[in-house]
Design a protein. Structure first.
Length: 469
């Protein structure tokens, strides 16, 4: 524990939904839900207006629609969220070399390491200045927690939401934590919380009073000792600048169970290509390919194959994933597929399978990777849940066009806008931009040649242009 509150935790407020409201003036102050729009989709983020109806992250989208039928339901635009996140992280790195990102919208900062703060007064001033800088650069708000440890800084930022700052003075930890639920402590999930409740412990004060020996008896030595220390307010974990990813993976949930074995294999190959694009985007390679299959009865199988050396070759990953699929029974139907790569490295080792595949492709005149891989406008990132808006549909012919709610578009005559909805051969577009007044709505044929997909516009004029991945 530090004698001064120089560990800062930033958590952007309802990040995905807030970015959508900033980009779409007609949605400001209204309930917005971002996530997978299919029958099996889940909520990624809900705006505070939607949360008043009981909608929250990880909730099934069908349940969210029942709770808030009049909310705007949009697919995620990760290229925009990543661009805004980069702006925020750059502001944090100006404060200190020790910035520990947890996700696109959350990070710890060691203010002492950067000389940005040394006591409560300078820490509070730095936190308030940071909030103002984020608002000016992105148009979005973030909540800041300041404390002498990472655990308490995160608790403080949660108390500060939305759009606030809470500083916990060192020495007040036990008084603050005492009446809180045991679930506030890191690592205490529903199962452990219920176990502790049955033992008569529901608050952090109960844990502190029970003592270390009793918690070790209930939970074992490792969990019991660490939980007792946290209940007393002790947390010595440092802010770590580099959090090395252990794996890269992608997955899709399908609106309708897949029964056609050829279709299942095609989807696995498509996921393998997406996974490699993310792998290359991170400048990494991997040695172990992992296949995840969730079947019709919700049973989940995971299979893996370790290659001779690290690779970022799409042909190698596709072939390995296909071999893994051959060993899985999908007769009853498949509701989810995933492909991942683990054992990450910063280099690649030439693989004979890749050479053979390339030679065969050259011999037969096969298409390039760019020809084979369709753009994925809703690809997930980090520990955020992947949307299924683009999953579960048969391949469309070249004359068909698919428009998704929230998607950026540009019309030759009316300019920039976003898709409000589509169906029956029609697509409805609202033409407005960040900073404009709420725009007008127009409807077009889905194949209107004047209407094209577009990259997201910056939320603040003068910010770097956003490019879709």
């Amino acid at each position: 524990m530090r004698p001064a509150p120089t560990i800062l935790h930033l958590d952007m407020d309802a990040f995905f939904a807030a970015a959508e409201q900033a980009a779409k003036p007609s949605l400001r102050g209204k309930p917005v839900v971002v996530g997978g729009l299919g029958p099996r989709g889940v909520v990624a983020t809900a705006s505070y207006e939607a949360r008043r109806f009981g909608v929250h992250s990880a909730m099934p989208m069908a349940q969210a629609r029942r709770l808030a039928p009049n909310a705007a339901y949009l697919v995620p635009r990760f290229s925009l969220y990543r661009a805004v996140s980069d702006q925020v992280m750059e502001l944090l790195r100006r404060l200190s070399p020790l910035v520990e990102p947890l996700s696109l919208d959350e990070a710890f900062v060691d203010l002492e390491a950067g000389g940005a703060a040394g006591d409560a007064v300078t820490a509070r001033a730095t936190g308030e200045r940071l909030r103002g800088d984020i608002l000016a650069a992105t148009g979005l708000t973030g909540s800041v927690g300041l404390a002498g440890s990472k655990m308490l800084a995160k608790i403080a930022s949660e108390q500060a939401k939305p759009d606030g700052l809470v500083l916990i003075e060192p020495g007040t930890e036990r008084e603050l934590l005492g009446p809180m639920s045991v679930r506030i402590l890191p690592g205490v999930g529903p199962a452990m919380g219920e176990h502790l409740r049955r033992a008569g412990m529901t608050t952090v004060a109960d844990l502190a009073e029970a003592g270390e020996d009793e918690l070790v008896r209930l939970l074992g030595k490792a969990h019991g000792v660490s939980l007792h220390r946290m209940a007393l307010g002790y947390d010595d974990r440092p802010v770590v600048a580099e959090r090395d990813a252990k794996s890269v993976s992608v997955e899709d949930t399908f609106d309708v169970d897949l029964h056609d074995r050829v279709r299942v294999r095609t989807e696995v190959e498509r996921l393998a290509d997406r996974c490699v694009r993310r792998l290359r985007g991170a400048g990494r390679s991997g040695r172990t390919v992992v296949l995840k299959v969730r079947r019709y009865d919700f049973s989940t199988l995971t299979r893996s194959e370790t290659l001779r050396g690290p690779t970022d070759d799409p042909a190698v990953v596709r072939e390995a994933a296909a071999r893994l699929l051959d060993a899985v029974d999908t007769t009853g139907g498949v509701r989810l597929l995933g492909v991942g790569v683990t054992g990450l490295a910063d280099y690649t080792q030439e693989d004979l399978f890749a050479q053979a595949a390339a030679e065969e492709e050259a011999r037969t005149g096969g298409g390039t990777e760019a020809d084979e891989v369709a753009p994925d406008p809703a690809e997930p990132a980090h520990s955020v849940p992947g949307p299924d808006a683009s999953a579960g549909h048969e391949s469309a012919g070249p004359e068909e066009r698919r428009w998704m709610a929230g998607q950026d578009v540009r019309h030759a005559e009316f300019g920039a806008g976003w898709v409000q909805g589509s169906g029956l051969g029609r697509v409805t577009v609202r033409f407005e931009e960040p900073g404009s007044a709420p725009g007008r709505v127009r409807t077009f044929r889905t194949d209107d040649p004047a209407l094209e997909p577009a990259d997201p516009l910056p939320l603040v004029p003068g910010a770097p242009e956003v490019r879709s991945a």
